[in-house]
Design a protein around this ligand. Structure first.
Ligand SMILES: NC(=O)C1=CN([C@@H]2O[C@H](COP(=O)(O)OP(=O)(O)OC[C@H]3O[C@@H](n4cnc5c(N)ncnc54)[C@H](O)[C@@H]3O)[C@@H](O)[C@H]2O)C=CC1
Ligand SMILES: CCCCCC(=O)/C=C/C=C\C=C\C=C\[C@@H](O)[C@@H](O)CCCC(=O)O
Length: 261
């Protein structure tokens, strides 16, 4: 499955799920722009990927996705450097119930902004060639927990927004597919934040229940999540899809009842 000649932008691409997706994209000969808040981790990630895949195939742009101007610059810099944009993965996310307003800004508002910026650079309504947007939600949108009420709300929002935008894209003939990825627990640094009072606030007292769920439902690898992401990037039939990835059922799709009066 070659993506030779395609250009991808991945937010939160410096570690965790995002880094695994960046690696998969490079393995399939795409050019990739890594957009991440963390300068040190981002530069280390790019150095490693340059050694693995050769210089010139990926770039790192230090950017806080909640800074609208910086995010717009990151998209433009990507197009300036690689000449086009075909794939946008709005992956950056945090888990902070103390600073819950920030969680909404990163996990939902910035996903909306990243989707709209993707349309500016890919949609036929703007004279572009089309493309695909993958927005990262979570199985938390299907299995809520007392531990992370605002995180859960943001992930519900990502699904609702993405499905509505997929319909808008179809009705408006944008030529851009918009799909959602809902992993269960994944072995990344983010998962360990659930034990921290600085992240969870008063909800940290529920951490034992959360850890029980992790033991019950299992913990996925970032590489399996990247595999699911690549499926939604390359399957041109998928628009408005909601992919779930769990230990019990692997990669599968949520099915919705047909709309009826
Ligand atoms: N780890 C898990 O169990 C699950 C994670 N997810 C979602 O997957 C996505 C990726 O999460 P992980 O890889 O687990 O987390 P992670 O913490 O390992 O990686 C997230 C990356 O996003 C970056 N980031 C955070 N805030 C940012 C900002 N304001 N601007 C730019 N970059 C920013 C971080 O620097 C980091 O490199 C998130 O949306 C998360 O909600 C969904 C389900 C389960
Ligand atoms: C800080 C990161 C927190 C991430 C939180 C998160 O993603 C929570 C996930 C919660 C639940 C996962 C449940 C998985 C269940 C499956 O194993 C299966 O039993 C569900 C079957 C139903 C289905 O697949 O629709």
């Amino acid at each position: 499955m070659a993506l030779r000649g395609k250009v991808a932008l991945v937010t939160g691409g410096a570690q965790g799920i995002g880094c695994a997706v960046v690696e998969s994209l490079l393995k399939n000969e795409a050019k990739v722009s890594i957009v991440d808040l963390n300068q040190e981790v981002g530069e280390k990630c790019k150095k490693q990927l340059d050694e693995q895949f050769g210089v010139g195939n990926c770039s790192f742009i230090q950017c806080d996705v909640t800074d609208a101007a910086k995010l717009q610059e990151a998209f433009q810099s990507t197009v300036d450097q690689f000449g086009r944009l075909d794939i946008v993965i709005n992956n950056a996310g945090i888990n902070n119930e103390k600073n819950w307003e920030k969680t909404i800004e990163v996990n939902l508002t910035s996903v909306i902004k990243g989707t709209y910026l993707g349309l500016e650079h890919m949609s036929k309504e703007h004279g572009k060639q089309g493309g695909v947007v993958i927005n990262v939600s979570s199985m938390a949108a299907f299995f809520h927990s007392p531990h992370q009420p605002v995180y859960t709300a943001t992930k519900h929002g990502v699904i609702g927004f993405s499905r509505a935008m997929a319909d808008a894209s179809e009705h408006g003939d944008y030529g851009v597919r918009i799909n959602t990825l809902c992993p269960a627990f994944v072995d990344t640094p983010l998962l360990h934040s659930v034990e921290l009072e600085e992240n969870m606030g008063k909800f940290v007292k529920f951490k034992d229940d959360f850890k029980h769920r992790m033991r019950k439902f299992g913990v996925l690898t970032p590489s399996l999540v990247a595999e699911g992401m690549m499926m939604m990037i390359t399957d041109s039939r998928l628009n408005g899809a909601v992919m779930k990835i769990t230990c019990s059922k692997g990669i599968h799709y949520h099915t919705y009842e047909p709309l009826s009066a």
